[in-house]
Design a protein around this ligand. Structure first.
Ligand SMILES: *Cc1c(COP(=O)(O)O)cnc(C)c1O
Length: 698
């Protein structure tokens, strides 16, 4: 067992480092991060800030020296005490303490050392667990271990995305085996599913919140079943169905087996919706309810969050395929198959099959969209299945501030507001004081981050050049000529048609003038993966890559390979402008713009997702019409860049930075952090849903 090996390796005096590295708490705590960094800054960077790998690789001599180092020991004791205090604090969260919540999601984005996420949905889920931990909301997460991860993106010299495997390195990831009574890895059977499938269980410590991950890669399964959870979002519909049965039914059963009591089930997106059936079955069995009574009880105590603004993007399974796996299950529920299947029938398209979103909508009373704008879309889209007694609302997404904010900036905020600001993060008034931050100091922090970003990109390319013998034009397209002194625009997100990554490339002549302006040049950094089956997405990457390679753009347009959480952190802190160009109304919320905005990276976006709620005229830019039109929107974007963004950025007289720009950075930080931090989001979930369910439950 890996954790034990590390404990054995470390001198007794500092063994607490192992506990810290196996709890993601460290990843949103400056003191803990600095502690690892101090031990060996080079190794810390080389191991991509993964403390488990770091402790594995550090030499015994260095460890011995640490125990002799009084100053280090003092820091260590301080951090370890902080950690223990955090973990043991059992403060009551509110007078109206909410009931325990089980939070199910097909992906969790917590840290790059655990690559079981594809993007936004996963990071939202991860940030919800982190924030619930900080707020002491009693929550438990349930998700999937994907041994084959998502895809590692490798771009060929022709600009084509070739995915390779991104394996989860289990002994370098912050996961621990959950053991059974005999000390073996806990394995359970997914109840009443035929043919039988088994899952083993891992635990991830997200501060005080446990996350359980199900894994089918075990000997007890038939070889073809071992692969069920191999890849995230497989395009094989049968495999996808099996994944979702295992996640929902199996996930629920794992909590039962572990004796974890909770009263509220929260489904993040439709993928884990089969948990609702298992909840019905469990209520029938444990509380002697009839099927209809159990359905009612489940409905009153379950929350569903939808993120999909496109009816076509939901998972719909062939009725026969669903029946095939649930035969025994349906018998157990004591209903006929028509009644069972009717839960997934979309009245707008009844023959299509079993629709997971429709099922979740019908079986959960509490449901939400993820921004105000998306709320309008959802109301219209599902008007035929929303019952008048249901509670449909919106909870705009938010981001976990301490995780996404730059450490230097956080220290600055601590100085100004006192470190207790974290307890009052959502309080708009306390952020007024942020105006007092020294302009030059704020700019310097930002400038250092730009340098870090450019160096990070160059080091990655250098490694590739050295180890893989790539073509020099690829090194160029991947950012070797980037310059921290010029206006830097970032565009990083899933590469897919509706996000319109190509919008800023629409008029290459106009772009040429912006990029190659002698006095006021700009550079653009792109990053993002396309889903392996998304051909148009892959073509967009190829198009960007060919522009990046074109000598005409002087190495100032770059495509950074393999976007992940590590790359995202550098980008959302180190660019000047964060560009977002989705076609309305397809971006349900979006969160990367929030991560950028809380770091003072100015958001420039079409009026979709969260931005209509966030934009106040001074904290970034909004452009584009209410009906998206590529030509018109691109034209507006170029106008904005030429007439406003570029002049403002370079209006720096003799002081080396632009006062107007810094004023906007301050406005961005102070207005976006309280409103789009995860704290505000969790208060919304509490007030709109969780606390209401408590009353109903009693
Ligand atoms: C935040 C984040 C996303 C989601 O960003 P959107 O703006 O919602 O597209 C995707 N991937 C990574 C790595 C992220 O950190």
């Amino acid at each position: 067992m890996n954790k034990q090996l590390l404990i054995n390796k470390l001198p007794k005096e500092i063994q607490g480092l192992v506990d810290i590295s196996y709890n993601l708490w460290w990843s949103w705590n400056i003191e803990a991060k600095r502690l690892f960094e101090k031990i060996n800054p080079y190794l810390w960077l080389e191991t991509s800030e993964n403390p488990i790998k770091f402790l594995k690789l550090i030499s015994s001599d260095e460890l011995k020296a640490l125990v002799e180092n009084k100053e280090f020991l003092k820091d260590y004791k301080y951090v370890y005490a902080m950690f223990n205090e955090y973990m043991n604090k059992k403060i009551k969260f509110l007078e109206n303490e909410p009931l325990p919540i089980a939070y199910f999601c097909a992906e969790f984005g917590l840290h790059h050392s655990l690559p079981i996420y594809s993007g936004g949905l996963g990071f939202l889920a991860g940030d919800i667990l982190k924030e619930s931990s900080d707020m002491n909301i009693p929550m438990v997460g349930v998700g999937f271990m994907y041994p084959g991860g998502y895809v590692r993106q490798v771009i060929g010299s022709d600009g084509w995305q070739n995915g390779t495997e991104q394996k989860v390195i289990k002994d370098e990831a912050p996961i621990e085996r959950v053991l059974d009574e005999n000390g073996n890895h806990l394995i359970i059977q997914v109840p009443y599913i035929d043919p039988a499938v088994y899952v083993s269980v891992w635990r991830v410590n997200v501060g005080r919140v446990p996350l359980y991950l199900l894994d089918t890669e075990i000997d007890k399964n038939d070889p073809w079943d071992r692969q069920i959870n191999y890849r995230l979002y497989t395009s094989d519909m049968n495999q996808r169905l099996r994944q979702q049965i295992v996640l929902g039914v199996g996930g629920y059963a794992v909590l039962e087996k572990l004796g974890i009591k909770y009263n509220i089930l929260h489904l993040n997106e439709g993928h884990p919706a089969f948990a609702l059936f298992e909840r019905i079955r469990a209520f029938m069995e444990n509380e002697n309810l009839s099927f209809d009574e159990a359905v009612k009880k489940v409905k009153e105590t379950s929350v569903f969050t939808t993120h999909t603004p496109l009816a076509a993007a939901t998972d719909v399974y062939n009725f026969d395929a669903v029946l095939n796996y649930f035969k025994d299950y349906i018998t157990k529920l004591g209903i006929d198959k028509n009644k069972f299947l009717s839960f997934g029938v979309n009245p707008d398209n009844p023959n299509a099959g079993f629709n997971m979103t429709v099922f979740a909508f019908k079986a959960c009373k509490y449901k939400n969209a993820v921004s105000k704008k998306h709320f309008g879309v959802v109301k219209e889209m599902w008007k035929n299945i929303i019952d008048g007694n249901d509670k449909l609302d919106f909870v705009t997404n938010g981001v976990h501030v301490s995780f996404w904010i730059d450490s230097d900036l956080e220290e600055n905020i601590n100085k100004l507001l006192g470190s207790s600001w974290k307890a009052l993060e959502e309080d708009v008034d306390i952020w007024e004081k942020f105006d007092e931050v020294d302009d030059k100091e704020l700019w310097n922090i930002h400038y250092q981050r730009k340098i870090k970003l450019v160096n990070f990109i160059k080091e990655r390319v250098r490694d590739k050049w050295k180890n893989e013998g790539i073509d020099p034009s690829v090194a160029l397209a991947e950012g070797i000529l980037l310059d921290p002194d010029i206006l830097t625009i970032g565009f990083a997100r899933r590469m897919t048609e509706y996000k319109r990554p190509y919008l800023i490339l629409k008029d290459l002549n106009r772009l040429d003038k912006l990029v190659n302006n002698q006095e006021r040049p700009i550079q653009i950094i792109f990053a993002g993966k396309a889903h392996p089956a998304d051909m148009p997405g892959k073509k967009i990457i190829q198009q960007i890559f060919s522009v990046a390679k074109d000598p005409r753009f002087a190495g100032r347009i770059a495509f950074v390979e393999d976007y992940n959480e590590e790359v995202a952190k550098y980008l959302v802190r180190g660019c000047d402008v964060w560009l977002n160009t989705p076609k309305l109304p397809l971006e349900a919320s979006g969160t990367s713009g929030m991560k950028a905005s809380i770091n003072g990276v100015l958001h420039c976006s079409t009026k979709d997702g969260w931005w209509p709620e966030g934009f106040n005229g001074k904290n970034g830019w909004a452009f584009g019409g209410d009906v998206s039109d590529d030509e018109k929107d691109a034209n507006e974007l170029y106008n904005l860049l030429e007439n406003e963004i570029v002049p403002k950025f370079y209006n720096n007289d003799d002081i080396g930075y632009s006062k107007e720009w810094v004023a906007m950075m301050k406005e961005s930080i102070k207005t976006i952090t309280p409103k789009f931090g995860a704290r505000r989001m969790m208060y919304d979930y509490l007030n709109k849903f969780y606390l209401n369910i408590k009353e109903k439950n009693e």
